[in-house]
Design a protein around this ligand. Sequence first.
Ligand code: HEM
Length: 396
Amino acid sequence: MRARNPFYLMAGLYFVLDVVAVALVALVTAGIISPIAGLSWMQVHLLTIGVVTQAIFGTLPGLISRVTAGSTLGTRTAWVTWLLVNGGFVTLLVAMPSGQRTVAAGGALTIFSAVALLLVGLVWQGSRGRDGARISSPFYLSGPVFFLVGIGMALGMLLGWQVPGGYFGLIEAHVHANVWGFLALVVAGVLLDRIPALLGQPLRFPGTVPATGWLLIVGAIGLVVGPWAAILPLTILGIAVYVVGTALLLANLIGTALPARGWTPNLTHLLVAYVWMVVPAVAAPLIVLATGQLPTSRVETAAVAGLVAGWIFQIVIGAFVPGLVREQPGSLDGSWASVVALNLGVLLFWISPLVGERTTATLTAAGYALIVGGSLPPLASLLRQIVASPVSVGDV
Ligand code: HEM
C-alpha cells in the first residue's frame, strides 16, 4: 500500500475542520447562532494555510525532482519543515481568535522559516537536477517567494507597521501575494505539468509557457506593490498584465483538454475556478465605471468569499484532493453534484450585494450551505484515502 505523506494527512484534517468552520459561518450568517471570535479568519486560513500550504509543501519537492530529474528533499528536512509549518499554524489558530497579535506574529515567523527552508531545499534540488530546470520550475520557485512576501505583509498587520497604503493596503497586498502570487503560480505550474500527463495529450501551446510565467510574476508584483505603496495605477497595471497571463494559461489548458475524451468533474472545478478568479478583476472596474465609486464593503465581502470558495476551494478539490498531482491509485474523477453546488453557492455570494440588506444575509447563508454540501463528496473520498494509508515521509 502506498504510504500517505504527513503533509497530506494534516491537509485532510484541516479540510475537515474548514468544512465545519464554513458550516458555522452559515449558521452565524443566518442568525441561528451568535458570532464566534476569529471564525472568519479561521475559515479562510484553515483552507489557505491548513489545506493549501500543507498540500503544496507535501507536493513541491516531488514535482521539482520530477521536472529537474534530480533528487528529492531529505527525510530530516521534510520533518523539520512539517514541524515548523504545523507548530506555527497551531500557534496562529490559538492566538488569532484570542487577539494575541504578538504571539500570532511568532507563529507567522515560524511559518516564514518553514517556507524559507523549503525554498532553500527546492533551489538545492534544482541545482542538482540532471537536465536543468524545465519550464515549470520557475512557477514552483517564485510561488514560495511570494508566500514569504505575503507573510511579511501579515507581520506588518499584526505588529502595526506603518506603510504608505495603511492597514487596508497591507491586507490587499497580503491577499494578492498569497492568492495570486503564491497559490496561483504553484497551481499554474502543476496544471501545466500534470494536465497533459493525465489526459495523455501534449500541451497545446508549449511555446507560450515562459511568457505565461513572466506575465503572472510581473502582474503579481504590481498587485502587491500597488496597494502596499498606495499607487492605484500600478495595481491596475498589475491586474491587466495578470489577466493576460491567466488568459494565456487558460488557452493552453483548454486547448489541451478539449480534444481529450476525459472531461471530468475535477477538471471542470479547475477551469471554472479561473472564472471566479477573474470575476473580481473584471467586476471592480465595471462597478467604478457604472457608479463612479470604488466597490462597497458588501461587494468586497462577496469578492473575498467568492474568491476563497470559487477559486481556492475548487482548486483544492480539483487538484489536491483526488491526488491529480500525485496520480494516486484509485483517485476519483470528482462529483458533478459538487460542481453544481459549489458554483451555485459562489453565484449566490455575487448576487447578494445586489439585493436588500436582509436578503443579502439569507443568500450568503444559503451560499455557505451549498458550499458545505458541495464539499461533502470530496471530503468523504479524502477521508477514505487517509484512513486507508499509513503515514510516512519517505515519498515527500
Ligand atoms: C503565515 C501565514 C499567514 C498569516 C500570519 C496570515 C494572517 C492574516 C491576517 C492577520 C489577516 C487580516 C485579518 C483582518 O484584519 O481581518 C489575513 C487576512 C487574509 N488572509 Fe492571511 N495569513 C497567512 C497566510 C495566508 C495565505 C497562505 C492566504 C491565501 C493563500 C491568505 C489569505 C488571506 C485572505 C483572503 C484574507 C482576507 C480575509 C478577509 O478579508 O476576510 N492568508 N491574514
